[in-house]
Design a protein around this ligand. Sequence first.
Ligand code: A2R
Length: 324
Amino acid sequence: MSSEKIDLVIHGPSKPIVNTGFSDQFVLHHFEKTHDLERLTPDVAAKVRGMAITYNTVRGDAKTLARFPRLEIVASFGVGYDHVDAAYARDHRIMVTNTPDVLTEEVADIAMGLLISTLREFIKADKYLRAGQWHTAQYPLSPGSLRDRTVGMVGMGRIGQAIARRLEASRVPVVYHTRSPAAGVSYRHYPDLMEMAKAVDTLIVIVPGGPSTTKMINADVLKALGPRGVVINVARGTVVDEQALIAALKSGTILAAGLDVFEKEPDVPDELKSLQNVVLLPHIGSASVVTRNAMDQLVVDNLKAWFAGKPPLTPVAETPVKAQ
Ligand code: A2R
């Protein structure tokens, strides 16, 4: 590494591991919100060579990236990077990295917990106990159970496979839908989502966000799932047509849903909040101290590797370049 200072923009919420993770060879410029970039001065903009995006509430869109003529790398926090314009980055020779793997098991745990909470009504049962109703009567039997279900995974990548392993340990049959069969996976593959929805009663959604998956879980898919149907979404809110889901939950077209993600987070429609047959989580899939620390560290390590002239650790598919 030369002795030249390396200017980095830290774009997004402040993170101790990011703030303290760089030697004094790096100069950090912190912008908490995307609109804070309006106060960027031309001399700083001209120097910046790297950017950390510390949460998906800020954007690495073309307009943001274009502010920095010397930008070489964007290290984004999270496995999903639909808030970063990776195609623009590729076309402008900017490396993009994300933080896969370190959150895989944590998100898979949340998916299983959410599935069981939804089927066996943990939240309603907890409220029942606290309200003193147990003294009057036993909690009613849950119509939902894992025991008589087949799960159709929508997505069978790193996290999908970790969820499927948990289902297998719980002796639940698994099938999946992706565009191409996943390597080394023996579950039945459905190239057609509608065909799979007709054949199963449970969908667990774990695909990336973005145009190719927007509203793929729509009214027709929900209808095909049927009145025993359960939808668990731990991917991105955009993947499920939220209005169609609300209608299906209200009409009994499906039985229940468990959601960790929403179309316009943190805004969740009041109609959804008023429903009893849905469990709602505030996007906590990877949100434990241990896992978030590992994700923050990977953001730092990608930037450090790049500026040490080494390959980035976890480049995204659009920018598979191995080193500067
Ligand atoms: O379709 P394929 O063969 O590329 O399989 C991938 C699947 N997938 C899709 N399936 C159906 N229709 C699509 N348009 C579509 N696009 C992608 O999603 C693959 O099986 C899976 C993605 O796997 P990974 O890239 O390994 O991601 P990982 O680590 O499992 O995370 C999935 C997503 C993240 O992007 C975040 O949005 C969320 O979970 O946390």
